[in-house]
Design a protein around this ligand. Structure first.
Ligand code: PLP
Length: 403
């Protein structure tokens, strides 16, 4: 049978567009139409990339050596620098041949799933989860096995839960701390316990450390293969420049993997993307060899906004929120805003509907919990200006008060 022109593969048919990018797109379209939209949907720092990094890229653009193809694994000096940075920031002693530069951290997630998963392999995925994890698993033929966590347990998965979810098809655990979307930061001893459990069980771990520098209060970041060395040989660490250096648009991430996995990633990239843009890699090199002053400044601003957001969300009728410990997201329960008339007379029966009503009524964008496998919740980013944050949450609070 001749397939219609609209035909796409079953593989692609089963995945959905990134909900966070979609909500940002809707908010941007309303902004372009002249509306004063406050966006809590974005997953990126509202800061510009630090000038020294931009200058390195400007210089790189005019250098002949950056005009041609370079090794698919990444510029050798950048891989060396990432190894040094990994030791500096997390105490993980790795060599440059374990590092593969990818087109953003997201691409490292995709590549890891392609490399490690065979069709039918199960991947343990604590929920709420970051939107791209289940899709990357499915694109590799894997099966996401969701493990629900809740605010009552600070959104931390337990060993018992992991143990209960294991089958003989379990291949990998996807772990993230600090977490998008919940803002949870796992205590080092729990990270160690989970890593040791995975090692004992022979389960791979992909651990996402992209928010490593964004922890607040007493929370500390710990790298799983450092606190659980037993898991080193089955552990892929994902990281990148996006969140720490306000470089989301530059598309520079990397994986740190056992050598056979790193080699496989290079093979995959050599057919898929070749090298990440040399100019962006030179910017990344300046980022990881520079100091951490810019991220320290961002952290101060995020921390202030985090506390304001936590307070204002809890002052909003029908909203309950635990204090985020890391990243730049609050993940409140909004069930108290459902199934009752809001200030404008409208009633939402789900957090998905609520997001649409709030955007339409008061021009405030947030990502509904459905996107993260957690209906009844919502993700609010606090990576926006203090004034916009207060304005947006005030609008939400007004709408939340009953009609
Ligand atoms: N991992 C997590 C948990 C994220 O939140 C993101 C971005 O939102 C990424 C990875 C990927 O970041 P990027 O591809 O922009 O480097």
């Amino acid at each position: 049978m001749i397939k219609g022109l609209g035909h796409v593969s079953q593989r692609i048919d089963q995945i959905t567009e990134s909900a966070t990018l979609a909500i940002t797109g809707q908010a941007n379209a309303l902004k372009a139409a002249g509306h004063n939209v406050i966006g809590f949907g974005v997953g990126e720092p509202d800061f510009a990339t630090p000038p020294a990094i931009v200058e390195a890229a400007i210089a790189a653009a005019s250098e002949r050596r950056n005009h041609g193809y370079t090794p698919a694994a990444g510029l050798p000096e950048f891989r060396e620098a990432i190894a040094v940075k990994t030791m500096r920031d997390s105490g993980f002693d790795v060599t440059a041949d374990q590092i593969v530069v990818t087109n953003g951290g997201k691409h490292a997630v995709y590549a890891t799933c392609q490399i490690l998963l065979d069709p039918g392999d199960e991947v343990l995925l604590p929920a709420p989860y970051w939107v791209s994890y289940p899709e990357a698993i499915r694109l590799a033929g894997g099966v996401p096995v969701l493990i629900p966590t809740s605010s009552v347990d600070d959104f931390l998965v337990t060993i018992d839960q992991l143990e209960a979810a294991v089958t003989d098809r379990t291949k990998m655990l996807i772990f993230v701390s600090p977490s998008n979307p919940t803002g949870a930061v796992y205590p080092p001893d729990l990270i160690a316990a989970i890593g040791n459990w995975a090692a004992e069980r022979g389960i791979w771990v992909m651990t996402d450390e992209i928010y490593e520098h964004l922890v607040y209060g007493d929370a500390v970041h710990a790298s799983m293969p450092v606190v659980a060395p037993a898991v080193r040989d089955r552990c892929v660490v994902l990281n990148g420049c996006s969140k720490s250096y306000a470089m989301t648009g530059w598309r520079v991430g990397w994986m740190v993997a056992p050598p056979p996995v790193a080699k496989a990633a290079v093979r995959l990239q050599s057919h898929m993307t070749s090298n990440v843009s040399n100019v962006a890699q030179r910017a990344g090199l300046a980022a990881v060899t520079g100091n951490l002053d810019a991220v320290a400044e961002m952290r101060v601003a995020f921390d202030r906004r985090r506390r304001t957001m936590h307070r204002m969300l809890n002052e909003t009728a029908g909203v309950e929120c635990i204090e985020p410990q890391g990243a730049f997201y609050a993940f409140p329960n909004v069930e108290g805003m459902l199934n009752r008339p809001l200030g404008n007379g409208a009633t939402a029966t789900s957090s998905l509907e609520l997001a649409a009503i709030v955007l339409d009524a008061v021009k405030v964008a947030f990502v509904p919990g459905e996107a993260f496998g957690s209906p009844g919740s919502a993700r609010f980013s606090f990576a926006l200006s203090d004034d916009d944050l207060v304005e947006g949450l005030s609008r939400l609070a007004e709408l939340a008060s009953s009609a």
